[in-house]
Structures are given as structure tokens and as C-alpha cells.
Design a protein around this ligand. Structure first.
Ligand SMILES: [Fe+2]
Length: 288
């Protein structure tokens, strides 16, 4: 199973679309069923969608897999007794059958069977490949962990004081649940080809008037390089690269394993986090 896209609803979707094309450098993937679709250069028909709405909302976190993988997940979720709604053909680029599984805080996880792989586009150093993780603010992280492990069959990779990281394949995390008092989208991470792509992205965003709010740095869990920005539509977007891969033998880390020395919150220690602006932006897109 692979994380494929995040579906957002928001006011002034067209203005958000313009930002996502330039300077963020996604690629327009058409309009269908009232939504605007965007892709990266990786093997997905789209990695983000926008719908016009009166208030910001996360409509779905979407995964794709083989028909067998999606059927197995559907059976597992049903056996776990959580809400499962099936669909025969998704009204989105690529189509496909699948299901929506609802999480304990109204999170909608959509799973789509891909009939055929989508051709990758030639990699470009200044364009994202795909989405590599979404972090969700959660009021009950333990309940979210139980849900993803039991109903979805995902695995916990690490727990820190701030959040729990979970994976659905060898990538260290596809999702993370951050302790919060709201259920919302904390941020979306867009994977670049390499560290150079992240650094060049930070420069391009600065040229466009968007200062990095945290980064460049390298995280502890996942070991990925990062640069975070507050998008003009309110949410947080991240350029990232070099996320680690782990196997079944990975030892799940605890908050004690991920303590930083005083004054540090990442491996490099060269940038500070803009604590005055980030927390509010992590609460803009709610699950309703
Ligand atoms: Fe991230």
C-alpha cells in the first residue's frame, strides 16, 4: 500500500491552485467531479486535490495498492468493526474501485485499487515526486494507533513525545499522529529527488516571498531532510528527501530514544522553528 494523495476543501481553491503550480511546482492533472487535481513526477495520477468550500476541511487521506491489497484491507477493516464504505469506481483521474474507512476522529482514509501502474514523468530536480507523509493532529493518539494497526494493518515505527509515526510499506512513515486538542491536518510532505531539491525549493520559495518556517534540517525519526512553509491558503507544506526505509526487524523507538540535547530539535541544529506561526497553521484544515 502506498500513500497517494490528500484531498482538501477550502475557500478560493483557484488561488491555492496557482500557488501549488508556482512556486510549489506541482503539475496540473485536470479537473474532474468538481475537484482540481495535481500530480508530481512520480507514479501516481495525482497527489493532491482541491475542492471549493466555505471552510477549510480535510476530505480524505488516500492510499493506493493492488486490487488484492485493497480487498485484504477492506476485509480487515470490516473484521475490526470500523465504518467501511465501498465504491465501485472513483470519480477521479485513474478511477478504480475501493473503500473509505473512517478513523476514530472522523478521519477519512480512502483506499483505491490501481488497475494499472501510472507512468512516471521524467524526474526534475525542482519538482516534487509524490507525497511521502501526512501528519495529523489528534486528540487521542493511542486510539489512532490502535485503529491503524488493527483496522488498516499499518505498523508503528517510532513514538516521540510529540507524535507517533506509522508506516504502510518500507518507508519509515506514511502517517504520523501528533498530540493535540484538535483533529486536523498538521502538514503534508512532498518528496523531492534529493537534498539539493529541498534546498533549491527553500530558495525558490524565499524568492517568491515565502520564508521557510522551519528548516533546513534533518529529522530524527525517519532521518529525512526538511523545509516547512505556511502556504498562502493556510496549511503547512513540507519539502523533504531521504526518508529512511525500515523492515520488520525495525525496533520501535520510544520518547526516551528520541530525546534531543538542550537547544536542539533536529540533527543539524542550523535553523529555528517559527513557534509564533506554525501551531495555528497546523489547525486550519479540520476533519469534520
Ligand atoms: Fe513532515
Amino acid at each position: 500500500m502506498r500513500l497517494r494523495s490528500v484531498e482538501l476543501a477550502l475557500p478560493q481553491a483557484q488561488a491555492a491552485a496557482e500557488f501549488l503550480l508556482e512556486p510549489w511546482r506541482l503539475i496540473a492533472a485536470g479537473t474532474q467531479g468538481g475537484a482540481l487535481y495535481f500530480r508530481g513526477t512520480g507514479p501516481h495520477p495525482y497527489i493532491l486535490s482541491l475542492r471549493e468550500a466555505a471552510a477549510p476541511e480535510v476530505l480524505a487521506i488516500e492510499f493506493s495498492g493492488s486490487p488484492e491489497e485493497v480487498a485484504a484491507l477492506q476485509a480487515r477493516a470490516r473484521a475490526a468493526g470500523v465504518p467501511v464504505d465501498t465504491f465501485a469506481e472513483l470519480d477521479a483521474p485513474g478511477g478504480g474501485a475501493g473503500c473509505i474507512v473512517t478513523g476514530p476522529e472522523k478521519q477519512k482514509y480512502r483506499f483505491v485499487a490501481e488497475a494499472a501502474p501510472v507512468a512516471e514523468l521524467p524526474a526534475e530536480r525542482d519538482r516534487p515526486l509524490q507525497i511521502t507523509h501526512a501528519v495529523l493532529n489528534s486528540v487521542d493518539v493511542a486510539a489512532c494507533e490502535r485503529f491503524v494497526e488493527t483496522a488498516l494493518g499499518f505498523r508503528v515505527s517510532d513514538r516521540t513525545k510529540m507524535m507517533t509515526f506509522v508506516r504502510c510499506n518500507r518507508k519509515h512513515h506514511a502517517l504520523a499522529y501528533a498530540h493535540s486538542d484538535v483533529s486536523s491536518l498538521n502538514h503534508i510532505a512532498f518528496e523531492m529527488n534529493d537534498v539539493d531539491g529541498v534546498m533549491r525549493g527553500i530558495g525558490r520559495m524565499r524568492d517568491a516571498g515565502y520564508d521557510v518556517v522551519w528548516g533546513p534540517g534533518r529529522h530524527g525519526p525517519g532521518d529525512n531532510v526538511f523545509g516547512y512553509f505556511i502556504a498562502p491558503f493556510g496549511g503547512i507544506v513540507e519539502y523533504t528527501a531521504e526518508v529512511s526505509e525500515v523492515g520488520d526487524d525495525y525496533k520501535v523507538g520510544s520518547p526516551e530514544d528520541w530525546k534531543w540535547p538542550p537547544g536542539r530539535i533536529d540533527q543539524w541544529g542550523i535553523s529555528t522553528k517559527d513557534g509564533s506561526r506554525i501551531p495555528a497553521a497546523e489547525r486550519v484544515f479540520r476533519f469534520v
